[in-house]
Design a protein around this ligand. Structure first.
Ligand SMILES: Nc1ncnc2c1ncn2[C@@H]1O[C@H](COP(=O)(O)OP(=O)(O)OP(=O)(O)O)[C@@H](O)[C@H]1O
Ligand SMILES: [Mg+2]
Length: 309
């Protein structure tokens, strides 16, 4: 490939010292190791959720854009759904507004919903799509309101007492406009989805990004749902990574109090997706450079795989 006509590296970067020292034969074996996976994922839909916490490092962000663009060029149809917890918190703070979480979901009143819509739809989604375009891919940022991509209804949390707990303008997806996604795939476009939903009356909702990603994965019967976060995966009570979890094991860990906060919607989302026909779901460490490529295109298993049992 080394000629004056060689394709430019993304951003025109020279190869790093580490890369320059990789022997040619090793390069070839690394590429060949990916072959069965590339073949298996040809034309497949893969839904990748970028966690807000793992999105605060610009280098990781850029790496992820390169990974997703590469997946597109080897024949996968990736969909990116993104969170934005820390970025929403920052703007709430600047505006003198508070934050409150209930069982991992952000309590959302009207002013909070405005901030959520601004940060996710106005800023983060656009930046992710722009980085994908910079990596040579075609990408389009949409919120769930655009084209009624994520239709939703108000979500409440069932309590042991039998009551339903109100968490404000938080939505749960009821339907995904799959046709719109299919049009984008046909055009070779990577959809970047900000998790804001809309109901019949036009009311918009804040949707947990894991729930939105699961609904998209379920609707597309995706080959894989990958939830990237800021921990190595699900950690057990001893603090060690659990590499595989079934529905009943998740229930047991919840009863023990070993799972809390943002991990609750994440596991609920993985289970919902696999029950709904997504072929596999995993929670992986988004802080590891190129975690998505390693997860999809190598023999190495990363993070926690959620299975039906
Ligand atoms: N058993 C557990 N194993 C691992 N993490 C856990 C566990 N229980 C709770 N957590 C928490 O879940 C968090 C991940 O969820 P969180 O919602 O904070 O991030 P995210 O979903 O990646 O980002 P965002 O919500 O912005 O999209 C971890 O940082 C950790 O604090
Ligand atoms: Mg979260």
């Amino acid at each position: 490939m080394a000629s004056d006509q060689s394709p430019q590296r993304p951003g025109g970067d020279p190869p790093s010292d580490a890369l320059a020292r990789v022997p040619d034969q090793l390069w070839a074996s690394i590429l060949i190791e990916a072959l069965p996976y590339i073949r298996a994922y040809q034309g497949a839909r893969v839904v990748i959720k970028q966690g807000g916490h793992a999105m605060t490092d610009p280098e990781l962000q850029r790496n992820l854009a390169l990974d997703v663009a590469l997946l597109r060029f080897v024949g996968v149809n990736p969909v990116v759904v993104h969170g934005g917890g820390p970025q929403i918190d920052d703007l709430l703070k600047k505006l003198g507004l508070g934050r409150q979480f209930v069982e991992g979901y952000r309590y959302t009143d009207e002013p909070t919903l405005d901030v959520v819509r601004m940060v996710l739809g106005g800023h983060l989604g656009k930046d992710i799509a722009s980085q994908l375009c910079q990596a040579g891919a075609k990408a389009l940022a949409l919120t769930g309101q655009d084209g009624r991509l994520i239709q939703a209804q108000r979500k409440t949390l069932p309590q042991a007492s039998g009551e339903e707990l109100d968490i404000g303008l938080v939505g749960e997806p009821t339907q995904i406009n799959r046709e719109l996604l299919e049009h984008l795939f046909q055009g070779g476009i990577i959809p970047v989805i900000s998790p804001v939903g809309v109901d019949e009356s036009g009311q918009s909702y804040n949707i947990n990004a894991d729930s939105a990603a699961a609904a998209v994965a379920e609707s597309l019967k995706a080959a894989r749902l990958i939830l990237m976060t800021d921990v190595p995966g699900v950690l057990g009570p001893d603090g060690r990574l659990i590499s595989r979890l079934t529905a009943s094991e998740i229930e047991a860990l919840k009863k023990e109090g070993a799972i809390s906060g943002g991990m609750l919607p994440k596991l609920a989302s993985c289970l919902k997706a696999v029950k709904g026909g997504c072929q596999g779901a995993a929670i992986i460490d988004g802080r590891v450079p190129h975690a998505v490529l390693l997860e999809l295109l190598t023999d190495h298993g990363y993070g926690t795989e959620v299975v039906l049992g």
